[in-house]
Design a protein around this ligand. Structure first.
Ligand code: UDP
Length: 250
């Protein structure tokens, strides 16, 4: 891949692709049954990766890292990378489900509280007629259950595994079991299943368009404020990085 398609933000690679380009990559991996990990990267994960070398390595070894979150788009622009648009986990999941029936792709949903993945499956099948959901499993399992869960995932013969365990747990889980999972495309999708099942609301369209989805989530779930305190620290790190690069090139 040429460097023009890839940004590096605080040591984390980000593929500067549009949603439809991401979907095309995923389609190619499904067609060739090539193993691929997809990460929808946000500022919180980048910040955590600064002090977690294992997470940094997982990000940089993933086959596709999408810019999820205005923090990444803004940070990229500050560092001179023209990131065109956000590609969030839920948008990617919905566009996959739209394309899946024609390509006969099978999808497995893993994660969220008991019952949520199967409700999300019903909602998706209602919205996208002909969609094949090969299996579902909630995300509150013990380590002792993992072997059985992976067996069920593999037996389902799905093409795409959606893992909604929250970031970075889902990225670490996918990476840890990559050698045992035979479903080719594995995507970390955060809270998407809760939204699709109707348990959580997504921000209204106007807030998404104004890049205020983070504010909506903070207002809807005030308990997230501690997590979102990372954002000003992320902004600071980006600005320090930007001025260091500028000083070096003077
Ligand atoms: N979750 C899970 N297992 C766990 C921890 C979390 O299945 O052990 C689920 C949780 O129920 C929720 C999702 O992971 O559906 C995380 O959602 P959140 O909105 O916090 O995700 P993020 O902000 O990381 O996208």
């Amino acid at each position: 891949m040429s460097n023009q398609e890839q940004a590096v933000i605080l040591g984390c690679k980000v593929d500067m692709l549009t949603s439809s380009q991401c979907l095309a990559r995923i389609a190619a991996w499904v067609d060739s049954q090539t193993p691929a990990q997809v990460i929808t990267l946000n500022a919180e994960i980048v910040f955590q990766a600064q002090t977690n070398p294992e997470l940094l390595q997982i990000i940089n070894q993933a086959q596709l890292v999408t810019p999820d979150g205005i923090g990444i788009v803004w940070g990229g622009k500050q560092l001179g990378y023209p990131i065109a648009e956000r590609v969030s986990g839920i948008d990617l999941l919905e566009s996959i489900c739209q394309a899946a029936p024609a390509g006969r792709w099978g999808i497995y949903l893993l994660g969220a509280a008991p019952g949520v993945a199967s409700e999300a499956a019903l909602q998706l099948q209602r919205r996208f007629p002909g969609l094949l959901i090969c299996g579902t499993q909630h995300g509150y399992f013990q380590d002792a259950d993992v072997a059985d869960i992976i067996e069920d995932i593999n037996r389902s013969r799905a093409d795409i595994l959606i893992v909604s365990l929250g970031a970075p747990k889902q990225e670490q889980w996918i990476s840890r079991y990559q050698g045992e999972i035979s479903v080719p495309v594995r995507i970390g999708a955060g809270g998407s299943l809760d939204v699709i099942a109707g348990h959580k609301k997504r921000a209204p369209g106007w807030m998404i368009r104004l890049n205020l989805e983070w504010l909506y989530r903070l207002l809807a779930e005030p308990s997230r404020w501690r997590r979102q305190m990372v954002l000003p620290k992320f902004v600071w790190l980006i600005l320090v990085n930007k001025y260091k690069v500028a000083a070096r090139s003077r």
